[in-house]
Design a protein around this ligand. Structure first.
Ligand code: ADP
Ligand code: MG
Length: 293
């Protein structure tokens, strides 16, 4: 084994032992560059350390993205602002910078189904993970169910502490499923705990006046919850028709023109769409309460 090969083997072993994957990946190519361009040794060292830094930065972001449990990754560049009513591109791009997470402030997306609320909530969540924020996406019904289960298993405090560590908690689809009194109170406590400490995002198909229907008709609790949630909050009200419906109608018109039969009347096609929606409504489970001790 030549001296160069031996040195290479040793460096590879050391990068493994010291957990330096960024250096492991780049040190040889950089060494060739350094030799060719006669870099000072310090420059070479600086370059390999920079590669390690970049690698760590990316792996933290990947980790944050995994932990966020987005049902699917939606981004701002796939969002068509020209097709979104009530949404200002400037406002969303300002929010993407993440100052609201630092403040912290809340975000409320309110509007009819299919108007891009979840898409925007996820996309802003993705932006927050890029800033190494801890994000967790959850549907309101799943969140309340997990809180209730944790309470029954006497693990509520642990779950509450874990949720409190999340910088951006996204509570999607508030209003689809009403909660019983205890469930509503648990959600209320969570919002209260996060108030002025952590950022929360809520998406809802309900107007504020209708929120009481989700909280077992409890006016007092609903008012107090809205008070905390909306105190430092940006409210974005999406309006108009469902994006998918519009897209479908667009393609329907084209195809109908070609075959002179509207797609909506084809049962397979419509059924398939409904299945898609149902699959989406299931959502991922919250991480197990007992997973981390
Ligand atoms: P909501 O949460 O308001 O019910 P979603 O955000 O789930 O609506 O939007 C429904 C579907 O339409 C998603 O696949 C989403 O990516 C897409 N969508 C909605 N609005 C837009 C838009 N303006 N540009 C691109 N895709 C959109
Ligand atoms: Mg949604």
């Amino acid at each position: 084994m030549s001296a160069a090969t031996l040195a290479r083997e040793l460096v590879v072993a050391q990068t493994r032992a010291l957990k330096l994957p960024g250096i492991a990946r780049t040190f040889e190519a950089l060494a060739r560059q350094a030799r060719d361009a006669h870099w000072p040794h310090e420059d070479y060292l600086h370059e390999v350390l920079t590669a390690e830094q970049a690698s760590r930065h990316e792996s933290v972001i990947r980790q944050r993205l995994r932990e966020a449990r987005f049902p699917e990754v939606k981004t701002l560049d796939t969002f068509d602002f020209t097709a979104a009513e009530g949404v200002s591109a400037t406002q969303i791009h300002t929010l993407a910078r993440g100052e609201w997470v630092t403040s912290p402030e809340n975000l409320i997306f309110a509007g009819p189904i299919g108007t891009g609320k979840t898409h925007l909530a996820i996309a802003l969540g993705v932006e927050a993970t890029k800033q190494k924020r801890r994000v967790l996406f959850t549907r309101a019904a799943d969140l309340v169910r997990h809180l209730l289960e944790a309470r029954d298993a006497r693990e509520l405090t642990r779950l509450q502490q874990r949720l409190q560590r999340v910088d951006v908690l996204i509570v999607d689809e508030l209003g689809f499923v009403p909660f019983d009194r205890v469930g509503g109170e648990l959600l209320f406590n969570l919002i209260t705990d996060r108030y002025e400490r952590r950022a929360t995002v809520v998406s809802t198909n309900l107007a504020f006046a209708e929120w009481v229907t989700v909280f077992a008709g409890d006016e007092k609790l609903t008012t107090a919850l809205l008070d905390r949630l909306a105190h430092h909050a940006t409210v974005i009200t999406t309006t108009g028709k469902s994006y998918r419906m519009r897209k479908r109608r667009g393609s329907t018109a084209e195809v109908a023109h070609a075959v002179e039969e509207p797609i909506a009347s084809q049962p397979d096609r419509a059924g398939g769409r409904r299945n898609d929606d149902r699959k989406g409504a299931q959502g991922p489970a919250l991480p197990r309460v007992a997973a981390r001790r």
